[in-house]
Design a protein around this ligand. Structure first.
Ligand code: ADP
Length: 447
């Protein structure tokens, strides 16, 4: 940033100085040109008014006023040329008139013949000098031309170039110093903000930076929250894995030390298997969550019938429900949605399993597929134990359980609804939970 400001400031200064120098030179050169022209005009008119330039005086003029003969009398730097009405040079102060070519085609002389006066500036070959001409028509039809040499604009500019270079050098030094000060001043509040990222009371000094600052703060908070949630998740996973592993290890130790009766063997083997199954389920759910975390949006999506998937799902769970004397029914009509079949199965499976798991003897689970306001809906309704209002938000958190022992006893991992929430988000769907303790729970997914 400092380098950029430095170079930009210097570039602006160089541009400004060069442009100003060029502009001023052009303006002054214009004025200078006009001055020279008007001086020449005055000279020409004065010479005309003397009345000397008449054909009968030509010999006298030639004899007395050429440079070679009368150096002292001549006006330095002013050249006088007298041209006859056919363009023949009658007299020239610096050159031999007889040897000079016809001047009728010179623009300033042509103009003077036509309009009475003519003026022109001609650059020398080297562009160093300019010759200014002014021609005036006399009464007898001849033309008197005066000219002088002056420096050209290029040469004036070249002369002022060292001064410009010096000014530029000074300005560049000042710019470097100013850029240093400016960047320091500009960056100070930004550096301060970067140091106090967490302090929201510290308002940004530049209002243009407020949205940027808010985004950074939000991202910062999100990163901290994500880190915290990862930490919590790791702690929870370790804890969840530890319980069945400790049980398995304990039973193995009993067997190792021959402390198990033959009559207890079956029970112990069952317990080991139950705990091992629990570990497998838990690990499967953790793997599934991590897959969903990394799953790219709308991957493996197809047009599928919600009713068809719900029917497969309820069929698979009907035995499970019967074991607990719970009726599981499916109603509704076929509803097409764009979705990932495996994920939808998983979602329905989790919701139905929960409805069975947290139900009472003789309870029911109704699964409905319907269209409400033209939107496909999946509704899983039970008349089970219900979820207290103050915990309804939290049940979607990973490992959050209302009734821990019931969840564990029935093979719950505390991850089911977290997986459901994830799948719903991946499908851009909406999730509604409606529950009353002792009356039951209804979960709706609106696609
Ligand atoms: P779990 O594997 O323990 O069932 P979930 O994430 O699926 O974990 O659910 C979180 C908690 O929400 C459960 O432990 C349970 O307390 C509660 N819950 C979920 N579904 C229902 C339901 N249909 N009725 C009552 N409570 C429920």
């Amino acid at each position: 940033m400092k380098k950029k400001i430095n170079s930009r400031l210097i570039a602006i200064a160089v541009l400004a100085v060069v442009a100003t120098a060029l502009g001023i030179t052009m303006i002054y050169y214009g004025l200078f040109q006009r001055q020279v022209q008007s001086d020449l005009q005055m000279c020409a008119e004065a010479l005309r008014d003397t009345g000397i330039f008449q054909k009968e005086n030509r010999q006298t003029i030639l004899a007395n006023y050429t440079n070679s003969q009368s150096q002292q009398n001549s006006i330095p730097d002013l050249r006088i040329t007298w041209v006859d009405s056919d363009g023949t040079v009658l007299y020239d102060k610096d050159m031999n008139a007889a040897k000079m070519e016809n001047h009728a085609d010179r623009p300033e002389i042509r103009d003077a013949f036509e309009n009475g006066t003519g003026a022109i500036v001609r650059e020398s070959d080297t562009m160093n000098m300019s010759t200014f001409y002014y021609a005036i028509r006399l009464k007898d039809g001849t033309v008197l031309r005066v000219s002088t040499e002056a420096r050209s604009m290029v040469s004036v500019f070249v002369t002022v170039a060292p001064a410009i270079a010096l000014i530029l050098a000074v300005i560049i030094v000042v710019c470097v110093f100013l850029a240093h000060l400016l960047t320091k001043q500009l960056l100070q509040p930004i550096e301060k903000m970067a140091q106090n990222l967490e302090d929201t009371s510290d308002g940004a000094e530049y209002k243009e930076l407020v949205p940027f600052m808010n985004t950074i703060r939000m991202q910062h908070e999100n990163i901290l929250a994500a880190a915290k949630s990862r930490q919590d998740f790791t702690a929870n996973v370790s804890h969840e894995l530890k319980t069945p592993l400790t049980a398995i290890s304990g039973y193995a130790e009993l067997i190792e030390n021959h402390m198990v009766d033959v009559s207890q063997e079956e029970h112990i083997a069952k317990e080991i298997r139950r705990n091992a199954d629990r570990l497998v389920t838990l690990i499967n759910d953790i793997i599934r969550l991590s897959e969903l975390d990394h799953s790219q949006e709308q991957q493996g999506f197809e047009l599928l019938d919600l009713y068809e998937v719900a029917s497969e799902c309820t069929e698979a769970l009907v035995m499970n429900a019967q074991k607990r004397n719970i009726s599981l029914t499916l109603t509704g009509t076929s509803c097409m949605v764009r979705a990932n079949r495996e994920m939808i199965r998983e979602l329905m499976d989790n919701l139905c399993q929960n409805a069975i798991r947290y139900n009472n003897e003789g309870g029911y689970v109704h699964v409905t597929i319907a269209k409400e306001n033209d939107k496909p809906m999946l509704i899983v309704q039970d008349n089970g134990i219900g979820i207290p209002k103050n915990q309804q938000e939290r049940v979607f958190e990973r490992f959050y359980r209302v009734d821990k022992s019931r969840s564990r006893e029935t093979g719950g991992t505390g991850l089911g609804l977290a997986i459901v929430k994830h799948i719903v988000e991946l499908h851009d769907a909406k999730l509604y939970l409606d529950s009353e303790v002792g009356e039951g729970t209804t979960i709706r997914v609106e696609f």
